[in-house]
Design a binder for this molecule. Structure first.
Ligand code: HEC
Length: 256
């Protein structure tokens, strides 16, 4: 037999083997898809690739070992059993607790979920909350806020409070004891200008919740800080210790 002919037959035999192999792979792929369908997964979204980042940013600060919330939500194994409850909590905007009315004050630690984030979490839960490829997993790293924030001074405001000294206000902290249907904090400067600091609808902070302004706010002596309703109280947080030297300067007056 001429050599070229024999080579051609060998090549054809190899081709046939390759086709068989490819068919086997296709069949395998088809079966594993059928297996997934059996678990009622109907979404492309996965924990590792899409959802975990949102949780790490918006939930795990409280939902972690030693955090303010009762159970950790840092890994797939921890989150999966809560999937239904999570969907309910984010759709009703109960979690993450934030409550600040948009446009009244602006905060650098705003952790409320955007609409696309809410849609992402709820579609993922509805689609069977799949884990996805573990290679894509990003582990959660706890960071306990920065030191300056923890050290920031506090000035308690209940009703109206007139500043005797200028301050640099960094934010407002609201305690869990606040039991009011709404809460508003404003600053009225002697020149008549008004700063809208914080407006909470149905405040229900778990423990102390801090609202840090985008930028510290200079408030001169004579500024009237007003917290309404008069039965509520908040802590105005102070940006630097120098500005705080006069604290607790000023006196609390009954709200008008
Ligand atoms: C500021 C802290 C804080 C953050 C941030 C937070 N949680 Fe919570 N969460 C809590 C606390 C405290 C509780 C228990 C008391 C309660 O239900 O209010 C709770 C309870 C829950 C519950 C259980 C509710 C039930 O059925 O009883 C779920 C589910 C939940 N959180 C999901 C989330 C998700 C999802 C996020 C992020 C999108 C989130 N939480 C962010 C503090 C937080």
């Amino acid at each position: 037999m001429p050599r070229a002919c024999r080579d051609g037959r060998i090549r054809r035999r190899w081709c046939a083997r390759l086709v068989t192999l490819a068919c086997a792979f296709l069949a395998l792929a088809w079966f594993s898809r059928a297996g997934l369908a059996h678990e009622a997964i109907s979404t492309e979204l996965t924990w590792t690739r899409d959802v975990s980042r949102v949780f790490h940013n918006r939930c795990s600060g409280c939902h972690r070992a030693g955090g303010a919330a009762p159970m950790p939500l840092t890994t797939y194994a921890e989150v999966r059993p809560w999937a239904k409850a999570i969907k309910h909590q984010v759709l009703t905007r109960r979690m993450p607790p934030w409550g600040a009315v948009k446009g009244f004050g602006a905060f650098r630690n705003d952790r409320s979920l955007s609409l696309p984030e809410i849609a992402l979490i709820s579609s993922w839960v509805e689609g069977g909350a799949p884990e996805g490829d573990r290679e894509f997993a990003t582990p959660f790293h706890a960071h306990d806020g920065d030191e300056a924030e923890r050290q920031a001074g506090r000035m308690r405001v209940r009703g109206a409070h007139v500043l005797k000294q200028p301050i640099l206000a960094a934010g407002v902290s609201v305690g869990a004891s606040v039991r009011v249907p709404w809460l508003q904090v404003t600053a009225h400067r002697p020149d008549g200008s008004v700063e809208h600091l914080l407006w909470l609808r149905e405040p229900r902070p778990p423990g102390m919740l801090d609202y840090w302004f985008l930028r510290p706010l200079a408030l001169p002596a004579g500024t009237r800080l007003v917290c309404q309703p008069g039965s509520a109280q908040v802590d105005v947080r102070l940006a630097d210790e120098q500005a705080v030297a006069g604290r607790p300067g000023g006196q609390s007056l009954p709200a008008e």
